[in-house]
Every structure is written in C-alpha cells, then in structure tokens.
Design a protein around this ligand. Structure first.
Ligand code: PEP
Ligand code: MG
Length: 747
C-alpha cells in the first residue's frame, strides 16, 4: 500500500465531500464511504460500526466483509478488537490481528483472512458514536500518516452523523437527538419540573468539516485566533488588578491562545483537508478525551480552559454563538455542563429546572438553585451534547432523574405527579394563615430560610412567621470582589423592609469548606469541612465580619436586629464574636448612627461540642439554632457532600434524636429559645419527630412550610412522643418505621 501523504489524505477528504454532496439515502452514503476509503487507502476491507445503543456496536456498512453481515453482526463495547477500540476510545493498529488480546473471530464476516487491522473511534466532542476499521490481508503495520488520515475521516463521519446525513429510508441509523433518553444523576435541589431545554451554551454545529483550499482555511483560523487573543487581552484589562483569580484564569487562556503546539496541530489538520472549524473541534475532542482520564485536578482545570477557549474560537469561526437566534422557551429548563452562581442568578426564577453534567451538592450553583427553589439535577452525564434547544424535558429533582424527549406514557405519569403536587399546594394555601398547632394543642413556630432579596416575596405567601435563617454568603459568592459596606447595608435594609414586622435572623458570613469566595485564595486543606471556615475565619481575620456587622447595624437603623454566628464550637468563640458586635455597636453609636432598638445575639449549634458547653453559654446566648446539615455530618462523621455516605445515617436514628433532646433540655434549663434550621426541618416526618422531642421552632425552605404545617396540624405530638419512646425501648436503630406505621394509622 502506498504511503498516504498529506495531500492524499486531503484527496480522500475531498472525495468524501463529493460523496456527501450527491443525493443518496443514508445507507447508500455509508456504503459509498466504505468503498471510497478502501479504494483510496488500498485496503481490502473498510467497515463502519455504529452504536445501536449505549452498549452495542453494529456493523452498518462494509466493503470487503460479507454483505450479509451488515446490520447482523453486533458486539458489545469492550468485546473483540472493535469493541476494544470503542472502550479505550483510542486507535488499535496491529499487523497480526488474530494474535491480539481480545481478538474475536466472527464467521459471518469471514474476517479470519485479514491479518492487519486498524480501528479508530468515531467520536464527536468526546462522545463515542462508532468505530471505523480498515483491514488488509498482508501482515503490515499502518503508518502514522495512515492512522492520521483514518482518524480525520472518522471525525468527518462523526460530524455527518451529528448532522443526520446517514438517516433515511432503510436507515443505518435513526436520527440523533430524536429518541427519549433518560439520565440518572444526583439530586441537588428537590422538586419536579416540566419544560423545554434551554442550552446555556448552544452547541456549535460544524456543517463544513472538509475544505478545498487549505490556504483560505489557514487565514480564517489565524484571523479568528487573532480576534480571540485581542478579546482575552481586553478581558484581562477589564479584570483589572483587583481580581486576581479571574486574571489568573485569563492568563492561562492567553497562554493557550499563544501556544505554538495548539496552533501547529490545527494548521496540520487544515493541511490535511479539514476546515478551520473542524480542526478546532478535533483539538477540542482530544482535549475532552484527555479530560476524562487525567486524575490531576489542576491539569483537568486547564483542559477545561482549553475546552472553553475552543468553544470561543468555534463561535468566532462559525458566527454561531449565544445569539443563535433561538428564543428562550416559556418554560425553560437550563441544560449546561456547569454554570457559575452569577450566571444562574441572571436567569433567576424564570428557570423551571436546571440540569448539569458536573456540579456538586455544595457548589455555588447548587446554593443559588436552592435559594431560588429551582429543581436541580447534577451529574447528568453527556446531556449537553444530547439535548437540543427546545427539546421537551422532565426534571425529577427528588430522584435525580431527567427524561429528555420523554415518550407520552412517561410524560403523562409525570404530569399526574405535578397535578398531585399542585393539588397539595392548594391544600397548603388554605391553611396558610392558620398556626401549626397539633391536635394536642402544641403550636410550633415555622420560619423560612432565605439568602437572597428575591426570597423575600415568598414570606407572606409561604405562611412563615419570619426568616429563621438569612444566609449572607450569597452576596459574597456571586461577586467578583468583596461587596462594599454601603451595598450590604442597603441590601439588608431592603430585606428588613420586605419582612415588615416579621423578624429576620441574619447569619454572619459562613464561608470556607465548600463555599469558597471567588476572590479568596483557596486554602489547600485536607478536610475543608473541618477546616478554616465560618466563625473561625471571622475571628482570625475580623475585617470582613466587622464590616458586615456595621452594615447590619446601619441597615436596622433603629429597628430590632437579630444576628447569629455560624459554626460556634466552644463558648469563647461565641463571647469573642459577641464582643466584636458590641464593639461595633459602640463605634457606630460614636459615629452618630442610630442603634437597633433591640439586639438579639444567637449562635448556631453545628458541632456536637457546643451541646456540652458550660451553662453560661446557654445563659449568654439570646437564642440558639441547630444547623442540622452540619450537626448531622459531624455527629455521624459522614460528609454531607459525599454521595456515598450522606444518606447512610437516618435523621430519625435514635442516637441523633436523643442528642437533639439533650440540646432541648439544655436550652430549656437556661430558658433560651431554640430552633432548628437545617434542611431536615423541612421534611414533614422529621419535623413531627423534632417537635415531639420538644423543638418549638423550625426554619425551612418556603416551599416546605405548607407540607410541614399540614402534617403537624393532623397529629398529636404526645402520641408521636410515645411512639418514639416505645421504638427506643425495642432497640430499634431508627424510629422511622414505627413513626411511619403510626402516621399511616392516622386519618
Ligand atoms: C446547617 O448547617 O444546617 C445550616 C443551616 O447551615 P449551612 O447549610 O449553610 O451550612
Ligand atoms: Mg452549617
């Protein structure tokens, strides 16, 4: 076989382009391609295997193997040499295929006669679509150039598959992006949503993978890269000196944009017949493939940068971009690989749901989604390559499941679920202004958690009596710099205005651990959840906390003020934080500002140690709030963000309930009001058990107030208490079974 020189690979590509230009059915096109490749490369066999489903490859066209085997021969990913190419997503090039590990003889194809084998994956942006194979009788290794030529052809086939070129009568393939696909991810914000896909970053479609004139393509590439460099330089100037981290990322971009290796590889691709955009995409594909395999987080991050840069370049080259002309649907469900908190806030409550390929429960995006009460599913692998703008989509945030382009039966079952939820909402609305008083006459005060100005409008409609926890970190997380005192004072004042005479408990900044500020140098800590976070940062570097306290005092401007310090682990941390607040009160008074009419200073009980603090602590605190999300993770030593363990221990575990009961007693001794503001307070069964253990104040997401109140009003807490005591006597690990049985017996 002759050496396939660069110009020959270009010849092969232009012949391929000619075939594509002819009118033909999908299958015929595939047949012509195999014929053409075998002819150009002078191999006896050329075959195209495409994915039938996620696990199965099917021989879809062949030149040289038995024609009867087409659409009959199938193999699983990993099976035989073809399956191995698919699994490794890397070429296999061997002179003696039958001697290779994993070789599987397939009689229907008659392939035992072929000794040499070259298989390359057909993939698009890291997504495997099939395998392209050439085989010859003579025992020879294919040259680097030949491997390259076949890889480039495979890429063009992938591009055409994406464009639906092989779809049609007697089709080799069903059209892509038309079938129902289910994604099983993780849940980061509960709730159900039904809507249509809105891609955060619309996919760029390359319609012209092959080009005739490399000189023209080189010029196009160079112009686009120049533009990209100018854009990055401008962004760097804008980022300014204040924004060190953003500048660092941009510097990395600039470095890539000037990388000679990157440019050289793309120019070589163009030389071999690809268009400028196809060359960029080829580089992007290989960066994505590497991304999946690099264990080093830093390197992965850099590959991410490269991916982002390639996207920008593709947009420049194709003129496609965020303004593709697509209109946002009325019921948008945002689909993205990942998204930052500020961008998510820009979309705001318009979104019905959010589906991400990456992300984590504690990511900033998840915090914002939670604050906005938008159902969020994370780790929905590959959804951003599968979904198209406008596709119907169902998001089940409770199960972490997403149905893309659902079939009618699935959609109607989902609609029933939503209808039931809506019915329940009506029931909740009817008790909105009634108290959460149980059958035995005990009233539990229900408050809401908030973190954004945007949350406040739900205060009257939720039926909450006040804001039991206002998380202040969101204003810090979503900005590129520390917010100014004036800005904060204004925002806090507006929050108090919106709450009217209802009380708002402001929690001072809780950062560190999972909540890393964009402008704060990340601390490389072995266990961030146990590290330098929340009040520990506030006390060691009090500047920001003091500024925040001043803003709160000014915002109150003569009104009552409630301040709560997070993550207090021992008494002296509380006294130290409280001293800061008192000093700020004195300073503000000296500056002539009006002081709050009443000041309540509380602590969050989030570490078991604080439950055993001296009596004086309980005396000094004006109120205490149990941060159950953290308390539970430390009580059971089970990371709240680790999917493997975070659900391992039941909240209704008898040890945990007993512990909560002890906290209730300690607060009662000192006559200190106690509340519970972790997520568990918003789960109706948990809320009933907490109330049965003596908690009289629960703070939760606004959407949970209805369901919790509804259940509390239907039960007798004394009975609940005896069910728990009885279950405890049986040695049960959790009281959930007993409580659920008892609840079922209720009307
Ligand atoms: C908690 O830990 O329960 C809590 C309310 O605080 P956060 O979830 O913000 O850590
Ligand atoms: Mg906490």
């Amino acid at each position: 076989m002759a050496e396939t020189s660069e110009s020959e690979s270009r010849k092969l590509l232009s012949r391929l382009q000619a075939v594509m230009a002819e009118a033909a059915a999908g299958q015929e096109r595939l047949d012509r391609i195999t014929h053409l490749i075998a002819d150009s490369m002078k191999t006896e066999v050329c075959s195209i295997y495409l994915l039938r489903d996620a696990e199965t490859l099917e021989l879809c066209a062949t030149q040289g193997l038995s024609p009867e085997a087409v659409h009959v021969t199938r193999m699983r990913i990993g099976e035989g040499l073809v399956g191995r190419v698919a699994r490794q997503a890397r070429p296999i090039n061997t002179a003696n295929a039958p001697a290779e590990k994993g070789f599987r003889y397939m009689p229907e194809t008659g392939e035992e006669a072929y000794s040499s084998f070259l298989g390359v994956p057909i993939q698009r942006l890291g997504e495997l679509l099939g395998v392209l194979v050439v085989q010859s009788k003579d025992e020879r290794q294919y040259s680097e150039d030949e491997v390259y030529a076949i890889e480039v052809v495979a890429m063009v086939i992938a591009e055409m598959t994406e464009l639906g070129v092989f779809v049609g009568e007697g089709a080799a393939l069903s059209a892509r992006h038309t079938n129902q696909v289910m994604f099983k991810g993780g849940t980061a914000q509960e709730g159900a949503a039904m809507g249509h896909v809105w891609l955060h970053e619309p996919r760029v479609v390359v319609t012209n993978p092959v080009a005739d004139d490399p000189a023209v393509e080189r010029v196009r590439l160079n112009e686009a890269v120049d533009q990209l460099r100018t854009d990055i330089d401008q962004m760097l100037t804008h980022a300014g000196k204040g924004d060190k981290d953003q500048a660092e990322v941009l510097e990395a971009y600039r470095m890539f944009a000037r990388s000679r290796g990157w440019m050289r590889r793309m120019e070589e691709d163009i030389e071999r017949g690809l268009s400028a955009e196809a060359a960029v995409e080829k580089e992007q594909s290989s960066a994505r493939a590497r991304m999946e395999t690099v264990p080093d987080a830093y390197l992965r991050e850099r590959l991410h940068d490269l991916d982002d840069l390639s996207n920008r370049l593709l947009r420049l080259l194709t003129g496609q971009g965020n303004n593709t002309g697509a209109e946002m649907p009325m019921d948008p469900v945002l689909v993205a690989r990942n998204i930052g908190p500020a961008e998510l806030l820009d979309y705001g409550r318009r979104l019905k749901g959010i589906v991400l390929e990456e992300g984590s429960v504690g990511s900033h995006a998840a915090i914002v989604a939670r604050a906005l009460a938008i159902p969020l599913v994370i780790h929905a692998k590959r959804i951003s390559t599968e979904a198209l703008n406008g596709d119907p989509i169902l998001v089940d945030g409770d199960q972490g499941i997403v149905h893309l382009r659902p079939e009618d039966t699935v959609a109607s079952a989902f609609r029933d679920k939503l209808a039931m939820q809506a019915e329940a909402q009506e029931r909740y609305a009817s008790i909105r202004d009634k108290p959460a008083t149980s059958l035995c006459g005990t009233t539990v005060s229900l408050q809401m958690n908030a973190g954004l100005m945007a949350d406040l409008p739900s205060l009257p409609s939720s039926g909450a009596e006040g804001v039991g926890l206002f998380r202040t970190e969101l204003q810090f997380l979503t900005r590129a710099r520390v917010p100014r005192r004036g800005e904060l004072a204004q925002l806090y004042a507006r929050v108090m205005d919106a709450a009217g005479d209802k009380r708002v408990i402001f929690r001072t900044l809780d950062i560190g651990s999972d909540k890393v500020l964009p402008y704060m140098k990340p601390q490389d800590e072995p266990n961030p959840a146990l590290g330098w976070r929340a009040i520990r940062v506030g006390l060691d570097k009090p500047g920001v906390m003091r500024m925040q306290l001043q803003a709160l005092i000014r915002a109150a401007n003569g009104r009552p003020l409630s301040v709560m310090f997070p993550f207090i682990a021992q008494f002296d941390e509380f006294t130290a934080a409280r001293d800061h607040l008192m000093r700020e009160m004195d300073r503000e008074a000296a500056l002539g500002h009006v002081l709050p009419s009443d000041l309540q200073v509380g602590a969050m009980l989030e570490t078991p140690s604080l439950a055993f603090a001296p009596h004086q602590f309980f005396e000094m605190a004006d109120f205490i709030s149990i941060g159950g999300n953290d308390l539970k993770q430390f009580f059971f030593a089970a990371d709240r963000e680790n999917e493997r363990v975070r659900r391992r221990y039941d909240t209704l575990n008898i040890s945990y309930l007993t512990f909560l009961e002890q906290i209730v007693h300690r607060c009662a001794e000192a006559d200190t009001p106690l509340s519970f503001c972790g997520e568990d307070a918003g789960r109706p069964v948990e809320a009933v058990c907490f109330a049965a253990m003596g908690l009289r104040n629960l703070s939760m997401r606004p959407a949970s107030i209805g369901p919790v109140k509804s259940l509390l009003r239907r039960v007798d807490l004394r009975e609940a208490r005896s069910v728990i005591t009885e279950a405890r006597g049986t040695g049960a690990q959790s009281v959930r079974g007993a409580v659920m049985d008892w609840l079922k017996r209720q009307a």
